[in-house]
Unconditional design. Structure first.
Length: 256
């Protein structure tokens, strides 16, 4: 039996989840044992103590592999490789067909577990379910700020005026489709009260992610954050391009 250990994590939050997802899908397909210790911090106990412990463990294991196992570290997995244990990392490993094929198994593993939900999260979910029961069509708007001011030279760092224009246009289009749109915004920074959304949530990343996973449609600039919600809950996304434009007919669901 082969054991695959994801040692070198990449990025933050949803980047790390996607990194793990593809290795995990490959291991399911080939009946390998997959180990990713960093998921404990991401999916179970999102707090400072576990986060610090995670960094210490990862630093220790990374140092060990560099000293003793440099030649077996890779961002590829080969069926012909007969090694019992393989350390992997990197961002480029992709098995999109397998993330679709093994979707149900992966979803059950990567969903946030309800037993860890706070009262606030449970209230949020109840609120969203109540909206849907009253025939509201929930549109999750991802207002991405933070590092997007510099990422891609700020091409996807949009001001509130642009978001408001897009929200108004999308609202009109959805009403024409006989839908009853309800817009809810999440952001990594405080949300301006002038944003034309019925509700605004400025929680931690898990709270924001759970909101998006309970929507009917997602809207925002290209981001693994909205893509992860789309993959886990099979929700279509409308992406805003760098010109600040969107196409309502291009609603895609992320396959992994």
């Amino acid at each position: 039996m082969k054991i695959v250990i994801l040692l070198e994590k990449y990025g933050d939050h949803c980047n790390r989840l996607f990194q793990s997802l593809h290795y995990h899908a490959y291991c399911i397909e080939n009946d390998y044992v997959f180990i990713n210790l960093t998921l404990l911090n991401l999916l179970r106990f999102d707090n400072k103590v576990i986060s610090i412990l995670d960094k210490i463990i990862n630093l220790f294991l990374t140092t060990v592999y560099k000293l003793f196992f440099k030649n077996i570290f890779s961002n590829r997995l080969l069926k012909s490789n007969k090694r019992f244990i393989e350390f992997v990392g990197g961002w480029d490993f992709r098995e999109n067909s397998l993330t679709i094929k093994h979707y149900q198994k992966l979803k059950s593993h990567y969903l946030f577990k309800k037993k860890y939900f706070s009262t606030y999260i449970n209230n949020l979910i109840f609120f969203l379910k109540n909206l849907k029961s009253n025939n509201n069509y929930i549109v999750g708007v991802h207002i991405r700020r933070g590092d997007y001011k510099y990422w891609m030279d700020g091409d996807y760092f949009f001001k509130d005026d642009l978001y408001n224009s897009i929200i108004s246009e999308l609202r009109y289009s959805l009403i024409k489709e006989n839908k009853k749109p309800f817009f809810i915004a999440v952001s990594d920074q405080e949300i301006n009260n002038d944003l034309l959304c019925e509700k605004k949530v400025s929680g931690n990343w898990i709270e924001d992610q759970i909101v998006l996973q309970n929507c009917d449609l997602l809207l925002g600039p290209p981001s693994t954050f909205t893509m992860w919600a789309s993959y886990i809950s099979r929700i279509p996304i409308i992406k805003i391009n760098k010109k600040g434009e969107f196409n309502i007919k291009k609603r895609i669901i992320c396959d992994g």
